[in-house]
Design a protein around this ligand. Structure first.
Ligand SMILES: Nc1nc2c(ncn2[C@@H]2O[C@H](COP(=O)(O)OP(=O)(O)OP(=O)(O)O)[C@@H](O)[C@H]2O)c(=O)[nH]1
Length: 845
């Protein structure tokens, strides 16, 4: 209460609050709707009736406001007090008394609330302290126990050491040893370890000690839990941090660390490389390379591919040396990588079924697959993956390729994908040898693959296997029965007759071939089929040729890369790996490869990318059929790229078609190439004309004419039809036409040479070259080539020639002149200028 009285008297003259809303000597009046009014109060000691009280009340209100909740509610009440300041003295007194009372009440309740809060906080603190003390005690007990254990262990160790020592005097006292052994782990980390170890005893001495330890932060608990090492480690970490901070600060304050010595490398650069890959190999930033390229005048991004020459400029600019690698260095050389004989293991044969339409290829394959002993076990529905494995009764496995025809077979073979070991030639016994049968025979012979003749449909009436055998002789296929070495078997795919015998023959043939491959190496395979699956992305059926393809393997396939995400066998089951002759569906490709593409597992992704990029580049080159740039014809746009001369050839017989195609290909040179869109036997049809029209190509008819419809379309679309009956006439005319297509030949005659002595400004933007003519003469308007260190900087023309401020037409050798070059300002002293005129000559192919 005494405090309260002090309070009331004290603040009477003290200005309170942050913002002074009421000046001393003023009373704030508050009306309804938030209106206020300030009234200046005259301060007279004598008539000190209501004003000081009012002031005091106002000050009390301000004073109480910061006190949380209850106070403001209470304190607000007095506010209306001065609302009706009546001149009546009695009312004022009452008012003052009321104000004082209310203000006091508000203060009291605020004090009470504060007191309550205090006691609560104190209680919480004591509880916490108790808890912590308890924790510390436990930790200390544990530490003490641990220390005792350690002492015991140390004593034991010391005793043992003492025993082992031959010289008793040299040996330390057991007690000393114990003491020493007690410390080692701690010494390893901190020298202040021992006094702390003594703490368990001291700890019992008093609460003060415990408090000390508690005040040292988490040290007590952590050290009790982790031993002394924890504390030591914490300290060393902090030290480390400080050191780092210091280092950073030093760096920031402009004391750079010793600049790391730049490493100069020998950078291996293939014919095409992305800027990013090059930057990696150079150990430089990609952005720096881009910047440098920009300065050289070429705008490329890091993902773009640059050629070897550009790469060389970059490599040298950064001070490295280049090691150019040719295409063959980048490509994977599977041929050279021969597996040693002792590593080879027998592998199943890969069989392809070929034959004429409807002779029963599909039926036979299905029937053979029906003999698969594993089929039932797997229980899965056979997937169409383009290749299947059939397990024979004798335990042998045979891989069947479901090739779509002999063209595909040959195409794959031409691409070096000779996957087939044995061909089964299906001939229907009732139909005999048909055109496609003969084609299949020729393709098989060309591939030098052994053949087994399956004379099918022997169940059919009119089946005549003997005629088939005899007819085969015409095509130099001599079957066993005709005393030859070609295996043959009469079968019925429909009735499942002699299928076992066929399988047996496959087995015999395979044994003869002694098919082997090394399974324990990085896999190599051939794409048999590939497509873009909606849900699974690019999927390829790969027939493993050697090695074992595993999940997670990184590979390159044609121009694509990949990482084996999943392998699915022909039964639709996920498998972890696939060995030689096993067909599997491979998931995880970056794109869809073509049938016949080789899949090769490589050591890492960058190698895969490199090979894939190289192959993609090669493909692009093939597509664009770029001719080698000829310097002589550099002004001829036609010389930059070989002109294609598309043609369509139709002839009466196959032999003529081939002869014509060969003759036309011979006319091709670096400048112009014949491109045969299509060649075939028979009349010129509508589809021929449509194809020719699409490519704006003429059609050559050799002893053939178009049908009526074709003629009509040709007339409508303006397709040229050319008829011949002598090949020489044909080639002569085509040659002349191709020459016309190329336009006249352009020949350069060098007229003079000059050296750039100095460079000066000409006009606002242009530069002029101060030249000394060294050879021949320079003429205005002539073509000119500016070279710097024998590298062409620009190909231009002479825009103007001057001698002593006079425009001249010609400047001869030995004289100096100024020349402005058309469209170029890249001129430097020391550059050489070569001027020439271009004459045109009719071209002869
Ligand atoms: N009687 C009889 N019919 C057969 C036999 N094998 C196949 N066929 C029938 O011959 C027809 C053609 O058989 P496919 O297996 O489709 O012949 P394919 O050679 O695969 O035909 P393409 O795929 O069109 O080239 C079908 O109607 C079969 O049922 C057989 O051994 N005996």
């Amino acid at each position: 209460m005494s405090e309260d009285t002090k309070d009331t008297s004290k603040p009477a003259r003290k200005p309170l609050g942050l913002k002074r809303s009421v000046e001393p000597g003023e009373v704030k009046q508050t009306f309804s709707h938030g209106r206020t009014n300030k009234v200046v109060v005259e301060v007279k000691r004598k008539k000190l009736v209501g004003k000081p009280g009012a002031q005091e009340a106002a000050k009390d209100i301000i004073k109480e406001t910061p006190v949380p909740p209850p106070a403001p509610v209470e304190a607000k009440k007095p506010a209306p007090a001065p609302v009706a300041p009546k001149p009546d003295a009695l009312t004022r007194q009452e008012m003052q008394a009321k104000l004082l009372r209310e203000a006091e009440e508000a203060r009291l309740s605020a004090n009470e609330a504060a007191r309550k809060r205090d006691t609560k906080a104190k209680k919480a603190q004591t509880a916490e302290e108790k808890e912590r003390a308890e924790e510390n005690r436990k930790a200390e007990e544990e530490a003490a126990k641990k220390a005792q254990e350690e002492i015991a262990a140390a004593e034991k160790a010391a005793a043992e050491a003492a025993d082992a020592a031959a010289d008793a005097s040299a040996a330390p006292e057991p007690e000393e040893a114990a003491a020493a052994a007690k410390h080692p782990p701690a010494r390893k980390f901190t020298p202040v370890e021992s006094p702390k170890r003594a703490k368990p005893e001291k700890a019992k001495s008093g609460k003060a000690e415990r408090n000390d330890r508690r005040q040292s932060g988490k040290l007590t608990v952590t050290s009790a839990l982790r031993g002394e090492d924890g504390a030591a480690r914490a300290r060393s970490l902090a030290a480390l941090k400080r050191a780092r901070e210091k280092e950073k600060r030093a760096q920031r304050s402009g004391q750079p660390r010793e600049p790391r010595e730049k490493q100069y490398r020998e950078v291996i650069v293939p014919e095409a490389i992305t800027v990013q890959e090059l930057s990696k190999r150079m150990g430089e930033k990609g952005a720096d390379l881009v910047k440098s390229l920009f300065n050289m005048g070429s705008m490329v991004t890091v993902n773009q591919t640059i050629d070897q020459d550009t790469a060389e400029l970059l490599v040298e600019e950064f001070g490295h040396t280049i090691q150019r690698v040719s295409a063959s260095d980048v490509e994977i050389k599977t041929e050279e990588d021969v597996d040693p004989e002792e590593t080879l293991k027998p592998r199943p044969p890969v069989v392809t079924i070929m034959g004429h339409v409807d002779h029963g290829k599909t039926s036979l394959l299905d029937a053979l697959r029906g003999t698969d002993v594993v089929k039932g076990e797997a229980g899965g529905i056979t997937q169409h993956i383009g290749a299947y494995q059939v397990k024979m009764k004798n335990g042998d496995t045979v891989t069947f390729l479901d090739t779509p025809g002999h063209e595909a077979f040959t195409e794959m073979r031409m691409r070096g994908a000779n996957v087939t070991d044995i061909v089964i030639l299906v001939v229907a016994a009732d139909d005999g040898l048909m055109p496609q049968t003969i084609e299949a025979i020729n393709h098989t012979k060309a591939a030098d693959v052994p053949m087994i003749v399956a004379i099918n449909k022997i169940d059919k009436e009119g089946a005549d296997p003997t005629t088939v055998r005899t007819r085969l002789l015409e095509h130099e296929v001599i079957v066993e029965e005709m005393s030859g070495d070609v295996l043959d078997v009469e079968v019925s795919a429909l009735k499942k007759i002699n299928l076992d015998e066929l399988m047996e023959k496959i087995h015999v043939q395979a044994e003869l071939l002694e098919l082997k491959a090394r399974p324990d190496r990085a896999a190599e395979g051939i794409v048999v089929e590939a497509q873009l699956d909606k849900g699974r992305g690019p999927v390829a059926t790969v027939l493993v040729k050697r090695g074992t393809l595993k999940r997670g393997d990184i590979f390159v396939v044609g121009p694509h890369t990949g990482k084996v995400r999943a392998l699915i066998d022909d039964k639709g089951k996920q498998t972890k790996e696939a060995g030689p002759s096993v067909p599997v569906e491979v998931l995880g490709l970056s794109g869809v490869p073509s049938a016949g593409d080789k899949l090769t597992v490589v050591e890492n992704e960058s190698r895969a990318r490199e090979v894939a990029a190289y192959r993609a580049e090669q493909e692009k080159l093939q597509r664009t059929t770029q001719a080698p740039t000829s310097l002589e014809n550099m002004f001829s746009a036609a010389a930059d790229q070989a002109v294609e001369f598309p043609l369509l050839v139709k002839a009466d017989v196959q032999g003529s078609t081939q002869a014509i195609v060969q003759a036309l290909n011979k006319i091709s040179n670096d400048d112009i190439k014949v491109r045969i869109l299509h060649s075939g036997v028979g009349a010129i049809t509508e589809s021929d004309v449509t194809l020719a029209a699409a490519s704006n190509a003429p059609i050559i008819g050799f002893n053939v004419r178009p049908n009526a419809k074709a003629r009509e379309i040709a007339k409508r679309d303006g397709v040229r039809l050319k008829y011949f009956d002598i090949i020489y006439d044909l080639t002569d005319e085509i040659r002349a036409e191709m020459a016309g297509e190329l336009g006249p030949e352009k020949i350069e005659n060098v007229m003079g040479r000059a050296e750039v002595k100095e460079v000066f400004k000409s006009g606002k933007k242009d530069k002029a070259a101060g030249l000394l003519v060294t050879e021949g003469s320079l003429k205005k308007g002539l073509f000119a080539r500016l070279t710097r260190d024998d590298v062409i900087v620009s190909a231009t023309t002479i825009a103007s020639l001057r001698r002593f401020k006079d425009d001249v037409e010609e400047v001869r050798a030995g004289m100096e002149c100024g020349a402005v070059l058309e469209d170029t300002n890249d001129i430097q002293p020391g550059d050489m200028l070569e001027v020439f005129e271009v004459t045109e000559k009719e071209r002869v192919l």
